[in-house]
Design a protein around this ligand. Structure first.
Ligand code: DHB
Length: 392
């Protein structure tokens, strides 16, 4: 009995003293703890963000405020208990100034209390459930939220002759957000959601839900699945003949992921979706980013890579402002940053610590000018979107 409570108390005490001493030695390296799924089902997220962090450092150097920056990368396999254990080791033993990464929502939520207790800024580069930034005042997000990108595709659907829809989402936090915000916006626009389907986060089987969609026969199927599941879904969508059924596929850009578009092939062509980043975003900043990323890696950057790249930007600028100091000062220096990301202009909202950004409506097309590859080609934009999940 004692042991468990005792262990917890000890952990809190260690965390508190770690926070107090971490920045005492201000001549050594500044450490960034990067926790990512490098193995398992979400490994593509880890691979993308790791590559983007390395690119940021190759372009911007490893010195901030005269001190060396050291990134400690650890694989959590997207298992929340592992994330939490690794974060604790990084805070207590390595005395990191910031923890960053967080491939899926449960890993960010599991670690949030440690950020609060130790006053360590936690930068979410991937996970996208709206409520994450409310789990600790030390959390800052550079990815996106599902409500932020979902409202736009619901509006687009209602304006484009889609009257009846079915939703299909992964059965956890970001899926619930997508389902809820698609439903409420689409109904507000006069549409009707005939059914709400969910698939498990781990090892989803799309056959039963796709059969349901065939039976219900909506005008459109709206889908959210986390990065890495889009290609498997598209394959089954085509195998069951849904691409020729007259049921339109619409989605968040997580499904038509730049990381997997090439694998999906022609079935993806014409899928309209909404998201905050496309590798085909036609800005000079993005063209430079994509060219450098592709020169350094054998793959295209996706939205996860941009979340990681911008996360490093936010951390570097904040460290410059505090001259390497961490804790609350570092957190405060992250708030309110405005900059031009490869995705477009962004703001770290000082009140919510969440990212404000443009959301694009895109269509998957073959682009002759880009090696005839499949891309999400932007054709409309909603400027400076705040997370609607927090506008209560
Ligand atoms: C989350 C993970 C993803 O891969 C994604 O595309 C969106 C959200 C998440 O777990 O929050």
């Amino acid at each position: 009995m004692i042991t468990k409570r005792h262990a917890l108390k000890l952990a809190v005490a260690l965390l508190t003293s770690a926070a107090a001493s971490a920045y005492a030695a201000d001549t050594g390296p500044i450490k960034i703890g990067l926790i990512l799924p490098m193995t398992g089902q979400s490994a593509s997220t880890g691979r993308q963000i790791d590559a983007a962090v390395k690119l940021w450092m190759a372009q911007n150097g490893n010195k901030v405020a005269g001190r060396t920056v050291e990134v400690i990368l650890k694989d959590d396999g997207a298992v929340p208990d592992a994330t939490k254990r690794i974060a604790q080791e990084m805070i207590v033993n390595d005395k990191v100034a910031v923890i960053a990464g967080f491939g899926i929502t449960p890993t960010a939520l599991a670690t949030a209390p440690l950020a609060t207790q130790s006053k360590t800024p936690l930068v979410v580069m991937a996970a996208a459930t709206s409520s994450i930034t409310q789990a600790s005042p030390y959390i800052v997000r550079t990815s996106f939220t599902l409500p932020q990108v979902t409202v736009a595709i619901a509006d687009w659907a209602a304006k484009n002759k889609i009257k009846k829809a079915v939703t299909l989402v992964a059965d956890y936090g970001p899926g619930f957000d997508a389902e809820k915000f698609f439903d409420s916006q689409f109904r507000l626009d006069g549409g009707q959601v005939l059914d709400k389907l969910r698939t498990p986060l781990r090892a989803p089987d799309f056959a039963p839900v796709l059969q349901k969609v065939i039976d219900v026969k909506p005008d459109a199927l709206f889908v959210f699945l986390p990065s890495g599941q889009g290609a498997a879904f598209m394959k089954q969508f085509a195998e069951r003949g849904l691409d020729k059924s007259g049921i339109r596929l619409i989605a968040t850009g997580d499904v038509t992921d730049d990381d997997q578009l090439a694998e999906m092939g022609d079935v993806a062509i014409g899928v309209v979706n909404s998201h905050h980043y496309s590798a085909a975003h036609p800005s000079a900043t993005n063209k430079k980013f994509v060219a450098a990323f592709e020169a350094a890696n054998k793959f295209r950057p996706n939205f996860m890579a941009v979340g990681g790249y911008d996360g490093m930007r936010v951390i570097y600028k904040a460290l410059e402002a505090t001259k390497g100091a961490g804790g609350e000062a570092l957190l405060n220096a992250m708030k309110g940053q405005v900059f031009e990301s490869p995705r477009g202009p962004v703001l770290i909202d000082a009140q919510t610590r969440d990212i404000v950004q443009d959301v694009y409506i895109r269509k998957v097309e073959r682009v002759p000018a880009m090696n005839n590859g499949l891309y999400n080609v932007e054709f409309d934009v909603i400027k400076a979107v705040k997370d609607p999940g927090k506008q209560k």
